[in-house]
Design a protein around this ligand. Structure first.
Ligand code: MYA
Length: 174
């Protein structure tokens, strides 16, 4: 297996952002139509990410019928999108807005429709604009991971990054 995810030997110093939600509290939506978290996203995942202790977060997702891939189980792309949302929100715990640069997923067990996925994620390191984030997903009846993901997110200036594409100011909290 090849991977582009390799932690730096030494991380830049990281601090929990003073305005990060308290442990157990949700991150606010960044856009009502976001496929990952938006409440008004048609066919969206509707994932809410909660702050944990330190540089960690948690999230849950009910695995619904429309997420089906193989018979009776989740589609790998849907699971990947859920990881992208959870991992991509996690750097906000250190106050850093990011976009996905690189995301890799290991699919360890089939994930049945009707189950609930529990995600735990952490910022593992930061190096210049790169933020290294890892996550694990489990089902509610087991401690055994059903999938893991690692990603390199790249810090952006939100307004500059989206300036060219952005035409729905009323729905965004950028
Ligand atoms: C309220 C606020 C809410 C905010 C919303 C947050 C919640 C969101 C939750 C939603 C979650 C969903 C989230 C989504 O779905 S985000 C949507 C999916 N992602 C994108 O659309 C990103 C598209 N790509 C780009 O825009 C550019 O390529 C970026 C900005 C990423 C870099 O172009 P830029 O010209 O700016 O930077 P640079 O080239 O000088 O590189 C800088 C550093 O980065 C390293 N690098 C670059 N690419 C990669 C790579 N692929 N793997 C590993 N590393 C990479 C590079 O080596 C260098 O490192 P170093 O030289 O320092 O070592």
């Amino acid at each position: 297996m090849s991977t582009n995810f390799s932690l730096p030997d030494v991380s830049d110093p990281m601090e929990r952002h003073p305005k990060a939600p308290a442990p157990g509290d949700p991150f606010r939506l960044h856009h009502d139509l976001c496929h990952g978290c938006g409440v008004n996203a048609p066919g969206g995942l509707h994932v809410t990410v909660y702050a944990g202790e330190g540089f960690t977060t948690t999230a849950e997702m009910k695995v619904e019928e429309w997420m089906l891939g193989g018979p009776g189980v989740i589609h790998g792309g849907v699971l990947t999108a859920a990881f992208d949302e959870v991992l991509g929100t996690t750097p906000l715990i250190i106050g850093v807005p990011v976009v996905t640069g690189h995301l890799e997923v290991d699919f360890l067990k089939p994930i049945p429709i009707g189950s609930t996925l529990h995600f735990e994620a952490e910022v593992a390191a930061k190096e210049r604009r790169k933020v290294f984030v890892r996550a694990v997903a489990r089902l509610d009846d087991s401690d055994e991971p059903v999938a893991t993901a690692s990603a390199i997110f790249i810090e952006i200036d939100l307004r500059k990054h989206y300036a060219k594409y952005y035409d729905s100011a009323s729905q965004s909290r950028l």
